[in-house]
Design a protein around this ligand. Structure first.
Ligand SMILES: Cc1cc2nc3c(=O)[nH]c(=O)nc-3n(C[C@H](O)[C@H](O)[C@H](O)COP(=O)(O)OP(=O)(O)OC[C@H]3O[C@@H](n4cnc5c(N)ncnc54)[C@H](O)[C@@H]3O)c2cc1C
Length: 448
């Protein structure tokens, strides 16, 4: 049973189904893809360390299929996931939706759209989940299963189970602001130059144009021949886990999308005819809840570019902590982060070990994607979609291994897991393998 059909959930469901499991994938919205489709964040961050590709397995399959189908934006070629350093690419969200439909159907995954996990039957002392309560167009249902993957982004299932978690704004000082992204059309790409955008932002701030003086504007990213996604307008102070705050945030996000459309039209060459087509139906949430896992991938690991014997993926995106407010000091702090060791040099990458997928002390529950176990800084690196797909593939593969062998999630033979992932295309270059997982050494009491 996989909760959430974003990049992590689709990766988990397809991996498990291809290994022979009977899989139900429950998705709250009307399509698969999560932030990549419903939130219109239609871009994949870094997939190459500048020398070679760091992705493999299902993620490589996805990007190749999107490319073959013409759903990768013009100007991006294979070098963007094989050899280019520090580059992402934009894709067409509609093409991605259909590919994910076919992908899940082809693997035999049973997909339930408009269906939400709302409760669980779980024994927190034993670390065991018996089933989940879902609500969809048919009403309520109890779904019993043997293994569960939480890929909801917000760790909804794990939280309902009573698994330990960290909530942004409660367990952290501040919440990284979300952005309601949008699709734009009418841009003249012969004229538009992203390099001119920041000077335009500064000019508009001097003119008193904006309702907030936010200097950090990621901006427009081409996602197809005639369309681009707009990632602009931080919704400061919003809490994605608070219904009232989220609702107000969506209203504010839509107002900001209109405001930034006007900004591009007035201040940025090539955007005179820009037209706002649609805003996302989901808020673009960067930070909400992360589980406390058997391992927490932390900033020191990242800075050391640490690799692990039990890593289930390697990745190369830099830490990306957006401004927390619209003060000039915050923008300075943001800019400085790119001058320090946060940016990876060509050939550098870091490992994501298995333990980030396992809530501390749980036997048949995994998490994957944005809600996996890391500190805030590293979350700002591995929350990106390629890493989420790879974590999902690993969680789905681990669940099937556990079903077959009777192993617990928190005591899984990681040597076997890595070997199975490699056999299914994962790029895992570590040398010697061990059966036991890398665990956290300090800090948190084990449940039960
Ligand atoms: C503004 C913004 C810009 C970004 N830019 C990039 C970028 O350029 N490149 C990149 O690679 N990444 C980018 N990211 C990061 C990336 O898009 C997300 O972190 C990633 O999609 C997380 O994947 P996920 O599968 O963990 O969760 P999500 O994509 O959030 O998917 C979770 C899914 O679970 C569903 N769900 C939630 N609750 C329930 C429930 N109770 N029951 C059933 N289903 C549920 C949701 O509807 C959703 O479909 C960006 C993120 C944001 C917010």
């Amino acid at each position: 049973m996989v909760a959430g059909g974003g990049p992590a959930g689709c990766g988990a469901a397809v991996a498990a189904a291809r290994l022979g499991a009977r899989v139900l994938l429950v998705e709250a919205s009307g399509c698969l893809g999560g932030m990549g489709t419903s939130a219109l964040v239609s871009a994949w961050s870094h997939m190459s360390d500048g020398r070679a590709s760091v992705i493999g397995g299902l993620m490589l399959e996805l990007v190749e299929a999107m490319y073959e189908r013409g759903h990768i934006a013009p100007s991006y070629d294979r070098s963007f996931w094989t050899t280019r350093h520090n580059r992402g690419l934009g894709y067409d969200p509609e093409g991605y939706k259909r590919l994910l439909d076919e992908w899940c159907e082809g693997a035999g995954v049973e997909v339930r759209l408009f269906t939400k996990v709302i409760d669980v039957d779980a024994d927190a002392a034993e670390g065991h989940v018996a089933g989940v309560v879902v609500h969809g167009v048919d009403g309520y249902a109890f779904v019993a299963a043997e293994a569960f993957v939480d890929a909801t982004g917000d760790a909804v299932l794990a939280e309902a189970c009573g698994a330990p978690s960290l909530r942004a704004g409660r367990d952290t000082e501040r919440i990284m602001p979300p952005t309601l992204c949008a699709v734009q059309t009418g841009i003249d790409y012969e004229v538009f130059d992203r390099g001119l955008q920041q000077a335009a932002v500064e000019r508009a701030i001097r003119d008193g144009f904006f309702s907030q003086d936010d200097r950090h504007v990621p901006g427009l990213f081409r996602s197809g021949r005639d369309h681009a996604i707009m990632n602009a307008g931080h919704v400061f102070g919003m809490d994605a886990l608070d219904g009232k705050s989220l609702s107000a945030g969506m209203r504010r996000g839509r107002a900001l999308a209109a405001e930034y459309t006007d900004f591009f039209r007035r201040y940025v060459p090539g955007c005179a005819d820009i037209t706002l087509v649609a805003t996302g139906s989901l808020m673009g949430v960067r930070e909400s809840r992360r589980v406390v896992g058997e391992y927490e991938l932390c900033y020191d690991d990242y800075r050391e570019r640490r690799h692990f014997h039990d890593q289930i993926a390697i990745y190369c995106k830099q830490v990306d902590i957006h401004v927390y407010d619209d003060s000039p000091e915050e923008y300075e702090r943001y800019l400085r982060s790119f001058e320090e060791r946060d940016v990876l040099a060509p050939g550098e990458s870091y490992g994501i070990p298995y333990g980030v997928l396992v809530p501390l002390g749980w036997s048949n529950l995994w998490v994957a994607g944005r809600c996996a176990s890391s500190d805030v800084m590293v979350n700002g690196a591995i929350r990106d979609q390629p890493a989420c797909v790879m974590m999902g593939q690993a969680a789905g593969t681990a669940a099937v291994q556990a079903l077959g062998s009777g192993e617990r999630a928190d005591a899984l033979d990681t040597r076997r897991l890595v070997e199975t992932l490699r056999a299914h295309g994962a790029h895992l270059p570590q040398g010697e393998l061990h059966g036991s997982m890398t665990r956290r050494t300090t800090g948190v009491a084990r449940p039960g």
